[in-house]
Each structure stands twice: as structure tokens, then as C-alpha cells.
Design a protein around this ligand. Structure first.
Ligand code: UDP
Length: 254
């Protein structure tokens, strides 16, 4: 299984295998350094970034295309404490967290006006708002915006639009699986040096979803706040329970 994993761009020994997925042992600062290097390096070459969370693991058990997209990613970070716990259980390693929101915010803070960002995803109007807010707060250049509710038959057209925008950074926020598969399949057309699948980040930047409170983020347990307070997320509880069962079963199996 591990043979199909793409080589890690990080020093050897820093890429783990969790189930059949890669996971890079990388701090937020190291990830930001690496992405900064990719974004401004010549010649430009596309790189995909996955911020792994428990739901990705559960969902990908029945979606081989999603597994393949994650296996081909150039960087896979631990989005939250669930992945940190699983890596401890199954690999005996401490993996630092580098959540999607922190990566995106960190890149905008570090690179501000030199950074061209394409905002792809969320409901119509939300990406525009996110782009306006990011331009105001961080001074980033808006390479383009597009909502995330288009038919798969439109994928090529949207990828061309992104490719023509000259973005350094593409935020693809179209839901778990869809966003990673899209980034991986279209990476050469998208062309931007960094393509991040980043779930609800456009909503948070737009202010249409709240960021979990700082204390939950510090402890890495923001999912408790998200699931607990948002009724629409209650359906996720069984998936998180399934994740715990999967990890424990895998540990027993070994
Ligand atoms: N989203 C999208 N297109 C879709 C499904 C979702 O653009 O077909 C957006 C959604 O509006 C939100 C983000 O993707 O901004 C994450 O959605 P959700 O929380 O449902 O996804 P998950 O947390 O399961 O990845």
C-alpha cells in the first residue's frame, strides 16, 4: 500500500502512513516555510495540500478516488487533534497540528500584497465576501473568485479560469473529497503553485461561519464546539465515533 504514496518533499522520516494515507510530521511554521518556497519558486509547478481530518479517513474508506487524491498530495498536514491521537495510536509518533485555517491565515499574514489568491468554493457570494475581507485585512491580491456549486461537467471550465488567473494560492473549499479530487485531477490546468483543499475556510474568512473559540483551537478540539453548537453538524457525530472504532480496530489488528 505504501508504495503508491508520493515521495515527501520533507526530510526523510517525516512522512508517516496512517491507514493507507500519507501524513507529514510538520509544524505550522515548517509548513508555511515550505508553501512560501513553492509559491515563489521558479519555474512554477503545482503542489496539492491536504489538511487531513477524521472525516476524510472515514469517508475515503468507501471512495477510492479520494484515497488516491490524498496519496498523491505533496503535503498532508494534521488538521486537528483526532489525527494527532490516531498517529499516536498507530504510528507511536507525536504529530504537530497545522490546520487549514492557520495555514491560510499564516500565508496571508506572511506574504500579504505579494500574494495572489483565488477563492474557489462556498455558496454564491461568499467567496466574493471572503476575498474582500482578505484584501482589506492582509492586503492580498484577489486573482479571482468562483462559488463551489457547479456541476462536475463544468470542472474543466472552472479549472481554466483559475489557470488563467495567475494565482499563487488557490483555496478550494467545496467539501471533503470533492475539493481534494478536483485539485489533484486538474492540478496541471489550475497551475498555481499551491492548491489547498480547505473546507469551511472561505466561510470563516467571509464571516458567514464563526471560527471556533481560541481555547478550543489551542487544545485542538474545535470539533467539539462545531458539532455541539451547530445542529446541522450533528450528523457528523456517528462518523467521528466510527473513526475512533476504525483506529482502535487497526491497533488491535497490528
Ligand atoms: N461546498 C461547496 N460545494 C459543494 C459542497 C460544499 O462549495 O458542493 C462548500 C460549502 O458551502 C462550505 C464548504 O464547501 O463552504 C465546506 O462544506 P461542508 O462543511 O459541507 O463540507 P465538509 O465539512 O464535509 O468538508
Amino acid at each position: 500500500m505504501t508504495a503508491s504514496l508520493s515521495p515527501s518533499p520533507l526530510p526523510s522520516g517525516t512522512r508517516l502512513t496512517l491507514f493507507d494515507l500519507p501524513l507529514d510530521v510538520v509544524t505550522l511554521e515548517q509548513a508555511l516555510d515550505l508553501l512560501g518556497e513553492w509559491m515563489f519558486r521558479r519555474p512554477r509547478a503545482p503542489h496539492t495540500v491536504v489538511t487531513l481530518n477524521p472525516e476524510f479517513i472515514v469517508q475515503s474508506r468507501t471512495q477510492p478516488e479520494f484515497v488516491a487524491a490524498m496519496q498523491s498530495a505533496d503535503l498532508v498536514t494534521a488538521d486537528g487533534v483526532g489525527i494527532v491521537w490516531a498517529a499516536r495510536q498507530l504510528c507511536g509518533r507525536e504529530v504537530p497540528r497545522a490546520p487549514g485555517y492557520d495555514l491560510v491565515r499564516g500565508l496571508m499574514e506572511r506574504h500579504g500584497p505579494e500574494l495572489r489568491v483565488f477563492f474557489l468554493g462556498a455558496k454564491p457570494g461568499v467567496a466574493e465576501q471572503a476575498a474582500q475581507n482578505a484584501a482589506r485585512e492582509f492586503g492580498v491580491q484577489v486573482a479571482g473568485v468562483h462559488h463551489g456549486y457547479f456541476d462536475p461537467s463544468e470542472d474543466g471550465r472552472v479549472a481554466d479560469l483559475v489557470g488563467a488567473s495567475g494565482a499563487h494560492l488557490v483555496l478550494t473549499a467545496m467539501g471533503a473529497g470533492r475539493q481534494e479530487i478536483f485539485n489533484q485531477y486538474w492540478r496541471q490546468v489550475l497551475g498555481a503553485p499551491v492548491l489547498i483543499g480547505c473546507g469551511g475556510v472561505i466561510d470563516v474568512l467571509a464571516g458567514t461561519a464563526d471560527l471556533a473559540p481560541a481555547w478550543t483551537r489551542k487544545l485542538g478540539v474545535e470539533f467539539i464546539w462545531r458539532v455541539g453548537l451547530d445542529r446541522r453538524r450533528w450528523h457528523r457525530v456517528p462518523r467521528l465515533a466510527q473513526f475512533v472504532r476504525l483506529v482502535l480496530a487497526e491497533r488491535r489488528r497490528r
